[in-house]
Design a protein around this ligand. Structure first.
Ligand SMILES: Nc1ncnc2c1ncn2[C@@H]1O[C@H](COP(=O)(O)OP(=O)(O)O)[C@@H](O)[C@H]1O
Ligand SMILES: [Mg+2]
Length: 272
């Protein structure tokens, strides 16, 4: 489990994170949502140690990551897979070489074994015949897949993805969301995803954390969000009439499903 405990972070006199505490649920897709500038990326960078916190703790399975020096952090860093915005692939390397890179850094296996692992990851993200291509020669969605393959190549226990859908069309976004969700379950990874994509919120996220101006404003499940009465959350999520309609539809569906189940179980049908 990843525990974020009373994290504070400022840049100059600007407070970015104000006393944030949250647990990332193991083996699940934890979504951090919120408006642009609310502190999602800073929070994620604090969690992986790319930004040092001013105060507070980050714990990985009970171990205080924030109190460790670089050498002590190394074993935990090796269990972390990351995909930051823009995919950050090496332009001068082929797809295959990009995915091989972490193995070259950390694995002592022979080339053949490493290449087998690269191929497994490419297959897992459904990238066929792209091995020898350069990033400039593939689509945005394919670049994300390469980024995901690279992030999982070392079999991480934790996966951090910052805005997986930035620059993607809605259909490709859904495919990428599903891929992240499936990989999380399949490999039992603790995944943290930053997003401001409302489709993602509606479709995935076992555990949702809503950030507002550097504060954790709300947290709950993707079902809870339909019934949440937090005004700021509702203003953010259901800003458009379209999403308000979806919310009402979901509510109706849930009540209907509940009623249907109650009757089927032979329970008191007056509850419906
Ligand atoms: N390295 C930095 N130095 C100064 N300010 C920063 C830095 N990184 C982020 N910020 C500021 O922190 C705030 C939160 O940023 P960020 O976490 O990127 O937001 P989000 O990811 O939710 O859009 C923004 O106002 C941003 O300008
Ligand atoms: Mg961001």
């Amino acid at each position: 489990m990843i525990e974020v405990i009373n994290i504070r972070k400022s840049f100059g006199d600007k407070t970015i994170l104000q006393d944030v505490s949250v647990n990332m649920e193991p083996g699940k897709t934890n979504l951090i949502i919120g408006a642009s500038g609310s502190g999602k990326t800073v929070l994620m960078k604090c969690m992986v140690g790319l930004i040092e916190v001013d105060s507070g703790k980050i714990k990985y399975d009970g171990q205080d990551f924030t109190a460790m020096d670089d050498k002590e952090k190394k074993p935990i860093r090796q269990e972390i897979g990351m995909l930051f915005q823009g995919s950050a692939l090496f332009d001068s390397m082929t797809v295959e070489q990009n995915i091989m890179f972490p193995l070259d850094m950390f694995s002592k296996e022979k080339y053949k074994v490493r290449m087998k692992r690269v191929q497994e990851c490419l297959d897992r993200v459904n990238l066929k015949d792209a091995n020898k291509k350069f990033p400039a020669e593939i689509s945005g969605g394919m670049k994300k897949r390469v980024g995901i393959a690279r992030a999982i190549v070392l079999n991480p226990k934790y996966l951090f993805v910052d805005e997986p859908n930035s620059g993607l069309d809605p259909q490709t976004s859904l495919v990428i969301d599903k891929l992240i969700k499936d990989i999380t379950v399949e490999y039992n990874i603790t995944t943290v995803v930053n997003t401001h994509d409302m489709n993602t919120v509606m479709e995935s996220g076992d555990h949702i954390i809503y950030m507002h101006q550097g504060l954790k404003q709300w947290e709950g499940s993707n079902e809870d969000i339909i019934f949440a009465d937090d005004q700021k959350l509702n203003d953010f999520i259901f800003a458009s009439e379209f999403f308000q309609d979806i919310k009402e539809m979901r509510k109706t569906e849930m009540f209907r499903d509940k009623g249907w189940r109650t009757k089927k179980d032979g329970e008191n049908s007056s509850r419906t």
